[in-house]
Design a protein around this ligand. Structure first.
Ligand code: GRG
Length: 306
């Protein structure tokens, strides 16, 4: 993937990394605070939730939320509850995705996956608890209440039957199907991966009081980086290193699952990803230089190695 890097994209990535180093510890601290479970939660369930939620992770979605809030003129600290809520929903989806009945994976975030460590039933419940807690956090910690309702509704749609969960259902059903087109694959990923990326951006913007035009441009940005994220995931599955990824690699390329690499080949997939990133950056033009951290994040997604 390194040939995609130019001097200007390296500078953009360096800027994003400064922002990430600024915000990631705050996200981790707040998640730790939310993950106390000292009000009657069974010890095994508590340990299972903490195992997955507090494992080393990139925290890309909460960072998207905070950068989006700042770009739209808001205070990122006020967006921390929604940022953590997004990470809770994302972590729930990873726990459930790893289950034997889904992707059946024993490694996640460099650790045994939740069911491998705590058993299948507890892993299902840990995911359930995280999904519920995301809404608790937003309903309690976002003010005014009308803004909390808007954020809860947007999260529910993104995590729901037509988006994240629907995308996962179609992804599972796609296995072994040879009649699927590149458009079918993009549609699955737009819901399975893209919806949570878009809502991460939208929630930060909502907290900042963004207008409809800004939300629309963030949707376009999110759609393009979401698809790129998935293409790069396919490329890393094909040629990434398990130690760096913290999860199994080579699974999708060896299975009967359709991937970008299988449909388009390695180099064309890289070109599609690179083109999408240029288009994603175009969607942020109206934000001027305030968009620099998110532009850096877009380059980072294209060039990520884990
Ligand atoms: C079970 C409802 C349900 C949905 C599962 C998340 C998901 C949908 C599937 C995971 C399969 C997968 C590899 C998707 C590719 C994109 C993705 C979500 C990767 C994991 O996210 P990262 O790389 O992980 O941001 P960290 O651990 O850094 O948060």
């Amino acid at each position: 993937m390194s040939q995609l890097k130019t001097d200007s994209s390296q500078q953009a990535i360096a800027l994003f990394q400064i922002e990430r180093d600024r915000w990631q510890p705050l996200v981790d601290e707040r998640l730790e605070r939310y993950a106390q479970y000292d009000d009657g939660c069974p010890a095994k369930l508590r340990d299972a939730i903490r195992h997955s939620l507090l494992a080393p992770a990139k925290r890309l979605r909460p960072i998207l939320t905070l950068l989006s809030a700042e770009m739209c003129g808001g205070d990122p600290l006020e967006a921390l509850p929604v940022a953590c809520a997004v990470e809770m929903i994302h972590t729930y989806s990873l726990i459930h995705d790893d289950l034997p009945s889904m992707d059946d994976d024993d490694l996640r975030r460099g650790l045994p996956s939740c069911h491998a460590q705590f058993g299948e039933a507890t892993a299902i419940l840990a995911g359930d608890a995280l999904l519920a807690q995301a809404f608790e956090v937003v309903a309690r910690d976002v003010q005014p209440a009308s803004l909390a309702v808007t954020c809860c509704r947007e999260m529910a749609v993104a995590a729901g039957a037509s988006q994240l969960v629907g995308g996962q259902e179609d992804d599972l059903a796609s296995e072994g199907r040879e009649d699927l087109t590149a458009e079918d694959l993009a549609k699955i990923h737009d819901r399975k991966t893209g919806a949570m990326i878009r809502v991460s951006l939208r929630l930060g913007a909502r907290i900042a009081g963004a207008n409809e035009e800004q939300l629309k441009n963030l949707d376009i940005f999110g759609e393009k980086i979401g698809l790129t994220f998935q293409i790069v995931d396919d490329l890393l599955d094909y040629c990434g290193e398990q130690a760096k990824m913290g999860k199994s690699v080579g699974k999708d390329s060896k299975s009967s699952k359709l991937t970008y690499v299988k449909i388009h080949g390695l180099d064309p997939s890289r070109e599609i990803a690179s083109d999408l990133i240029q288009k994603s950056i175009g969607a942020l033009e109206g934000f001027g230089s305030d968009a620099a951290p998110l532009v850096g994040l877009a380059h980072f997604i294209l060039n990520r190695t884990n």
